[in-house]
Design a protein around this ligand. Structure first.
Ligand SMILES: NC(=O)c1ccc[n+]([C@@H]2O[C@H](COP(=O)([O-])OP(=O)(O)OC[C@H]3O[C@@H](n4cnc5c(N)ncnc54)[C@H](OP(=O)(O)O)[C@@H]3O)[C@@H](O)[C@H]2O)c1
Length: 313
């Protein structure tokens, strides 16, 4: 059973989610963490991946490595998002199966739900309609990953693969590059720079009315550990992971303005597209197992902004 003496491979430990897992696992006394930087181990390379699993023989794997980006990155490089994520998950799934990993956790994405999905989005709504076009390459790889987890479990009649769909994650080590950032980190950077430049106004895309659900990275890490510990109780299906609360982009912008100290006017360029109007997950299937998020949104935002200020330059 998953415990502090388990040998764990944390793939993608320098990223937003991987670094949170490293922090939370260490705080809970897990001592045997195996990590490799992207440079040291390219998981799109099957030979490197096999040599690593053969040498290290991890018992548990958290697969946080992947190509992740915002709208601009996804629109510009859809083939890269598709190919790299497919290659990483194909190699790691195959090796986890071949080298008898006890459990592997895979992270799907809310963009695999239909664009016009009923809200909140329940696991049963999955693949019931067309997905959003802008992130099609990334979403297609994630759909293949979710089906992959279920297929391995079903073919080998075990519960090795655990699949979680977190909503939009925020926290330390997020990507604040404007081409690759998500709305949360992009707004932090824009407001911080506007405040620093002494600007009296800032213009944001769209109407500000779309609603999004955000979950702090440490909560995703905590839920991941909870699911690893409870793997025997899980069904061969994916689990949504969210807080149950969503905010309009306008409210998000106002909260970020406050935390960054920006007091100018927030203007909305309504000629720019809004995107999907709402993306709230129904996480009741996970909550029924006995887990719940513990980080309040305003506290998580303040922690993230503190981290950003220390590391931005
Ligand atoms: N962020 C979200 O809101 C969110 C929501 C739902 C699901 N997820 C999923 O959660 C997982 C983690 O996301 P994240 O936001 O933590 O991503 P992230 O911050 O971009 O971190 C990804 C990590 O993977 C590494 N990596 C990329 N390609 C690799 C390769 N070929 N071989 C080895 N390592 C590689 C990256 O290293 P380099 O930086 O050196 O390339 C980076 O350390 C991803 O599967 C993502 O799809 C994320």
């Amino acid at each position: 059973m998953f415990n502090p003496d388990s040998k764990i491979y944390l793939a993608g430990h320098k990223g937003l989610l991987g670094s949170a897992l490293q922090r939370v696992l260490a705080a809970k006394g897990y001592k045997k963490l195996i990590t490799r930087s992207h440079k040291a181990l390219d998981l799109t390379d099957k030979q490197q991946t096999e040599a690593f699993f053969n040498a290290e023989r991890p018992e548990y794997v958290f697969l946080c490595a992947g190509k992740v980006g915002g709208i601009i990155g996804n629109k510009t490089y859809p083939a890269d998002f598709l190919q790299q994520n497919l290659a990483i998950q194909t190699n790691v799934f195959e090796m986890a199966n071949q080298y008898d990993v006890k459990n592997l956790m895979f992270y799907g994405s809310s963009c695999t739900y239909p664009k016009l999905c009923e809200q909140p989005m329940h696991e049963n709504h999955w693949l019931t309609g067309a997905i959003e076009a802008t992130s099609m390459g990334y979403a297609a790889a994630k759909i293949a990953g979710i089906i992959g987890c279920k297929s391995y479990n079903s073919q080998y009649q075990n519960k090795r693969f655990i699949c979680v769909i977190p909503n939009s994650i925020y926290g330390e080590n997020d990507n604040f590059d404007l081409e690759n950032s998500h709305v949360f980190s992009a707004l932090i950077r824009r407001f911080h720079e506007a405040k620093k430049a002494g600007n009296t106004e800032i213009t944001l895309w769209g109407t500000g009315s779309p609603r999004r659900e955000f979950i702090f990275s440490d909560d995703v890490a905590d839920a991941s550990i909870f699911l690893m510990k409870n793997s025997e109780k899980l069904e061969n299906q994916h689990y949504n992971l969210g807080t149950g609360t969503d905010y309009s982009i306008k409210t998000l912008a106002e909260k970020i303005a406050k935390v960054t100290g920006f007091t100018g006017e927030i203007k909305w360029d309504t000629r720019k597209p809004d995107g999907t109007s709402r993306k709230l997950l129904d996480s009741s299937r996970l909550l029924a197992l006995g887990w719940q998020p513990s980080v309040n949104f305003d506290d998580g935002l303040a922690t993230t902004y503190d981290w950003f200020k220390k590391h931005y330059d």
